[in-house]
Design a protein around this ligand. Sequence first.
Ligand SMILES: [Zn+2]
Length: 80
Amino acid sequence: MLISCKKATELIEKKDIFGLTKKEKFSLDVHVFLCAKCKKYQRLSEELDHTLRHFFEAKTDEELKLSDEKKGEIKDALKK
Ligand SMILES: [Zn+2]
């Protein structure tokens, strides 16, 4: 039932692009619950996804600027 870290990171990537089946999502949730490394990876991946989306959807130069708060958050996430 438990999936490997490699499989978990694959599912995390897949989730962002295609979405996951119920079974895949469950496997991933269990793995992330037990594995701090993948939990961090998933959080970072979501954060990055969110940031990229923000850039793609931004219509003005002002919106394209990352707030200092956001920059700090990303820096912190990468440090941990
Ligand atoms: Zn893992």
